[in-house]
Design a protein around this ligand. Structure first.
Ligand SMILES: [Zn+2]
Length: 146
């Protein structure tokens, strides 16, 4: 699981927060001040072992970017995905999964091409999109599911 380093606004302590906990209202380990992740949220990097529980237990809608590190359009989309994680923080959880290393999940959802974006609500697949969408189109899709 990837993590994110957040500097506390109150006491300036650096805290390392696992990416899958950034949506659960974590607090500073030193002074207990709640963090603001505005501007620093990152996509949650999922794998075959973390995917099922994360998606089914998420408190917010989840969008998962199924990508492969060798795919050009996936690399083009990656910064857009990062930008969406910041923009939609608190409304939609943005996650990624590397299909080249996590084929169980990819085949479970019949992923034929990458990038493919799956949208989940309460653990149920509600929408999907394929290809490197322009940022505006992706933001529109996220607004629809937020
Ligand atoms: Zn603090």
């Amino acid at each position: 699981m990837n993590s994110i380093v957040v500097v506390c606004n109150n006491c300036s302590t650096k805290n390392r927060v696992p990416a899958d906990k950034q949506h659960l209202g974590p607090k500073c380990g030193k002074c207990k001040e709640a963090f603001s992740f505005a501007g620093s949220a990152v996509p949650v990097e999922l794998d075959d072992s973390t995917f099922p529980r994360f998606v089914s237990q998420a408190s917010k809608p989840v969008m998962v970017d199924f990508f492969s590190p060798t795919c050009g359009p996936c690399r083009m989309l990656a910064p857009v995905i990062g930008s969406m994680a910041r923009k939609f923080y608190g409304r939609v959880i943005i996650a990624t999964i590397d299909t080249s290393r996590n084929q169980t999940t990819a085949s479970q959802y019949k992923i034929r091409g990458v990038p493919t974006l799956l949208f989940f609500k309460n653990g149920q697949l509600v929408d999907q999109a394929t290809g490197a969408l322009p940022e505006q189109d992706l933001a529109g899709l996220l607004e629809k599911h937020a």
